[in-house]
Design a protein around this ligand. Sequence first.
Ligand code: ZN
Length: 237
Amino acid sequence: MTPILSYVLTGKTNEHITLDSRIGVPIHTRAIFPFLSLQKEAMKVGFDLRIASGFRDYDRQMLLWNEKAQGKREILDYGGQRALDYGELTLNREDLLFALLRWSSVPGASRHHWGTEVDVYDYNAINSPTSEKLKLVPSEVEGGGPMASLHIWLDEMIDAKKAFGFFRPYEQDRGGVAMEKWHLSYTPQSYLYDESYNYDFFIQTIEESDIELKDLILQNGKKIFNDYMKNICPYPN
Ligand SMILES: [Zn+2]
């Protein structure tokens, strides 16, 4: 692996990232035009498709991870319904680790480092005085949730291969990372990054890092790599 690729995979560079003023959130340079195209199609049917979160660098992910591990940030329960009791979680550090992994990636192993991943929402659905603040939780995207119709439309676009290369790696709950319908991945590029990211590289990244729960992450390395990092829905053909 070239040094530059290893920096891209772990979010330690932003040389693969562009901040386009029409999007307003930094994402992978190659994903800019496809996303603008998808946004344009969405606009035609009344959705104002926007990105809540795109590229996230290593330091940011490390801060989020460590603050959650230290109890300074909320950790959601398995279903994403409520915050867990931190005091209770710390009785067993392994419980804390797996609660974190349900909703957060290990720094250096987040697909958001790649810039190919975007968490999307419909701006129209939250931009009224009566609407609730965007939370990115399952209840928002299912049933009668404010983003449900956007996601039904996105399903149709993805199924019809009209989503300009975007698909949903976390469409279903596969027992690792929670179902995150709002998370789209620009496959033509993310597939290549995924192929390059192997187990040895994962372990090496953790060993070199200053991460909370490091000992436990290394002990559970194989499980975390297989069940969380690589356990995504199959890439489309
Ligand atoms: Zn995401």
